[in-house]
Design a protein around this ligand. Structure first.
Ligand code: Q46
Ligand code: ZN
Ligand code: ZN
Length: 313
């Protein structure tokens, strides 16, 4: 197996590009694909400050590393979700990375600052854990970005993630989600710009990137991900990709080029109708935003214990 660029020994084959790469040219490919996504969708402009939502997993740490390598002014934001050992370990990986790069890390601990963690908040609000988690993350990323004067919030969603979410949204025709499923969402009405610079790179490439760069990351799945339908969509797409390399790329980028515009009106109308939350000032369709309602419901709730290292869940 030889590198397409230098003919040296290759370390990875990428069937969607119909090519193999050595370590050096694989890293270059990752940087080039990230740069192309940023340029094609005007994600980050020169001189802008970016806040990266880091979870401790391969994608967000690779994204942070890539943006720093590419010379961006990129700080990290880590949310302590309180999901047992999984969260404790994730925080350790994030802190170690930040320290090794001399990068600035902002930390927000849900329990210490808002009085709940994801397992407890989910039970108290009778919401699925991932829905409670997503709501908390969106709210706190927006808040931290606006408070810190960042121009954009970047997340590590990769091509596999985006294609899986798209498949779910198309299967159930969630037109409001389809309208929002873009690699960049412009800042408006109190929301900071949201960008996904890894949309041109796959999950396997991000894991390989971390290995080549010597980045230690959380390899365990979140214990609350069970039942998350995105995993089934990923499996289905992996099967298609195996038979037809490039299928995920064509599905996702074909949607962006040919169909996404048709769903745009739904979000424009929704965003124009937003009010300010009476408690926190965040944009919301009702008087009190969903995050403040969650905090209220979770306040004083009996904590739900979750242990993932050999203990009961
Ligand atoms: S961390 Fe949160 Fe994920 Fe865990 S609870 Fe679900 S959403 S699975 S990316
Ligand atoms: Zn090479
Ligand atoms: Zn609020």
């Amino acid at each position: 197996m030889k590198c397409r660029v230098c003919r040296g020994p290759a370390i990875i084959d990428i069937r969607r590009h119909n090519a193999n790469f050595c370590a050096e040219h694989f890293l270059k490919l990752c940087r080039d694909q990230t740069a192309k996504a940023i340029a094609d969708f005007d994600m980050i402009l020169p001189g802008e400050r970016v806040l990266i939502a880091v979870s401790g997993g391969k994608d967000s740490l690779a994204l942070w590393d890539l943006l720093l390598e590419m010379g961006y002014d990129a700080d990290g934001l880590y949310l302590g979700l309180g999901i047992g050992d999984y969260s404790d370990d994730s925080g350790t990986y994030v802190r170690a990375f930040a320290e090794s790069r001399g990068a600035r890390l902002i930390e927000v601990d849900l329990r210490a600052e808002y009085g709940y963690d994801i397992p407890t908040g989910a039970r108290a609000a009778r919401r699925a854990p991932c829905s409670t988690c997503g709501l908390s993350k969106r709210h706190l990323f927006d808040r931290a970005a606006l408070d810190g004067g960042y121009d954009a919030v970047a997340t590590g969603h990769n091509l596999d993630d985006e294609a899986a979410v798209l498949l779910g949204n198309v299967l159930h025709w969630h037109d409001e989600y389809l309208g929002r499923q873009l690699p960049v969402l412009a800042a408006r009405n109190g929301f900071p710009r949201k960008v996904k610079p890894l949309v041109r790179l796959g999950e396997r490439e991000m894991a390989a990137y971390c290995v080549v760069r010597g980045i230690d990351y959380q390899v365990d799945e979140c214990p609350m991900a069970e039942g998350n339908r995105h995993l089934a969509y990923k499996d289905a797409l992996n099967m298609l990709e195996k038979r037809s390399p490039g299928a995920k790329h064509d599905f996702y980028f074909g949607f962006l080029a040919r169909a996404s515009e048709r769903f745009r009106t739904t979000i424009d109308a929704e965003q124009d109708a937003l009010l300010e939350c009476e408690r926190c000032g965040a944009p919301t369709p009702s008087e009190i935003c969903a995050f403040c309602r969650l905090v209220e419901k979770a306040a004083g709730a009996q904590p739900v214990t979750i242990t993932t290292r050999g203990g009961a869940v």
